[in-house]
Design a protein around this ligand. Structure first.
Ligand code: ATP
Length: 443
């Protein structure tokens, strides 16, 4: 049997639409550029990705969660440097009118769209979306849609430390929407204008930051193997001194091999005390931490881990996709499409497939469905041949299919078929819950 992996994004875009993972936003109106809606299965994958990340972060004693507002005091974005500095260099091709980010061009003098040499001088384009608070639109009430979740954490550093009686080192984790008016969005859900970030800022004593930075690199690498990403599709790239953002003392990217090539999935940064110092200065409120043991005051340094939830969903989907090609007895080619998700990420954990739509099989299957659906997202599928139903579940990545047949009524056993091996077990119904639990944990 030959295995084919995903090598173009369009295959994933089509599967996503066909099977209810991701739809183009406002599609009936012709769509809106670079905005996507997560469908019934996509929203499950996304929730599972968030759950895995949230658990990995907040199950630690030294990390607390937060959910800050998207709209913040406009001074926040002055202090953070975003009003003055969060911009990309935009160049226009005077021949074909395409727009590009100059820093992403392989050759900054040539248009990658038409090959022309007629590019405009770069103009700095601020990526923040602006809106107005209150009924009157004037320059006095401009607010921004946050371009990152991190600032909500920095301005709550003191609140979290005090209310939760945290001692340094400790971290704050947050998942939430961010907005960037990207110049060149695209590549499906890789770069969009509205996306979700999962960020954790870890506050440490200055002088211990290099060590904490190294530790977090290792912790984050382990996370990706835990959720089942193929290590061959991950690589780790330190930033050179010339590539660092204005706030960063050190930076490290975790890159994934997407169908578009190696691209950033997560950034890990040593942000020094830049953000707390800026907010202290702009707000006039001391953000210094008093270390009781050492009897000293200091502004903590911050190690940040920042991953895009949508980019991680895209990595999980790209990684999971495979086509198994075999030759049938009649010489024809057979293609089985499988989304080989890790069970924690799979949108549907098990499918109940009664062999017939008729009672009493359906009633029996309904009862099994109700029992399992209490603990897992389970689908019931009664339509089509059993072979077709297996293939439908393979294509959405369901780890286990449970078939209820006529013998079940007599022996109270069901057939459980495994997605990856296609092996089948006959399992007693009263053992089914523990069997499913065990198989999903030890997949
Ligand atoms: P890039 O260089 O790809 O624009 P970045 O370095 O600006 O990304 P960060 O500001 O470090 O990104 O944001 C942290 C994470 O948020 C990124 O690693 C990425 O996963 C995600 N992210 C950033 N911009 C977008 C976007 N436009 N669409 C989807 N995810 C994004």
């Amino acid at each position: 049997m030959e295995i084919r992996r995903l090598d173009d994004m369009q295959t994933l875009v089509s599967l996503s639409k066909r099977r209810g993972f991701v739809f183009q936003s406002s599609e009936i109106y012709g769509g809106i550029n670079a905005c996507w809606d997560f469908g019934p299965l996509g929203v499950e994958v996304k929730l599972n990705v968030k759950k895995a990340w949230w658990k990995a972060m907040t199950s630690r004693k030294d990390i607390e969660g937060l959910d800050a507002a998207i709209l913040m005091h406009p001074q926040v974005w002055k202090a953070s440097g975003h009003v003055d500095g969060f911009s990309d260099p935009l160049v226009d091709c005077k021949d074909c009118k395409a727009r590009h980010r100059q820093d992403k061009l392989e050759d900054p003098t040539t248009c990658p769209n038409c090959g022309g040499k007629n590019l405009s001088d770069p103009r700095n384009f601020n990526l923040m979306f602006k809106t107005h608070m209150g009924p009157v639109e004037d320059s006095g009430n401009v607010v921004y849609l946050r371009p990152e979740t991190a600032q909500g954490i920095f301005v709550n550093f003191e609140n979290v430390a005090t209310s939760m009686r945290k001692k340094i080192p400790f971290g704050i984790a947050q998942i939430g929407k961010s907005f960037r008016n990207e110049i060149t969005p695209g590549n499906f859900i890789f770069r969009t204008r509205e996306f979700e970030q999962m960020e954790m800022q870890y506050f440490v004593k200055p002088g211990t930051d290099d060590e904490a930075f190294e530790e977090w690199k290792e912790i984050r690498k382990k996370f990706y193997s835990k959720i089942g990403l193929n290590p061959e599709n991950l690589r780790f790239t330190p930033h050179g001194p010339g590539e660092l953002a204005h706030y960063a003392k050190a930076a490290f990217d975790i890159e994934y091999k997407y169908p578009i090539g190696w691209s950033e999935l997560e950034g890990i940064h040593n942000r020094s005390d830049f953000d707390l110092r800026q907010h202290q200065e702009f707000s006039g409120k001391s953000l210094e931490y008093f270390d009781e043991a050492a009897k000293e005051k200091y502004l903590p340094f911050v190690i940040e881990t920042a991953v895009g939830c949508d980019r991680l969903v895209l990595a999980c989907m790209s990684d999971a996709y495979r086509e198994e090609i075999s030759t049938l007895d009649n010489g024809k080619e057979d293609k089985r499409v499988v989304m080989g998700f890790h069970p924690d990420i799979a949108p549907v954990k098990a499918a109940i497939l009664p062999l017939s739509k008729k009672e009493p099989l359906l009633e029996y299957a309904d009862k099994l469905f109700a029992d399992l659906n209490d603990s897992y997202n389970v689908q019931m599928d009664v339509a089509g041949s059993i072979g077709k139903r297996y293939r439908r579940q393979d294509e959405i990545g369901t780890p286990l299919c449970i078939t209820v047949d006529f013998d079940t009524l007599e022996d109270h056993k069901v057939t459980v078929r495994h997605r990856d091996t296609m092996a089948q077990d006959r399992v007693a119904v009263d053992q089914l819950a523990s069997y499913v639990f065990d198989k999903l944990r030890n997949f």
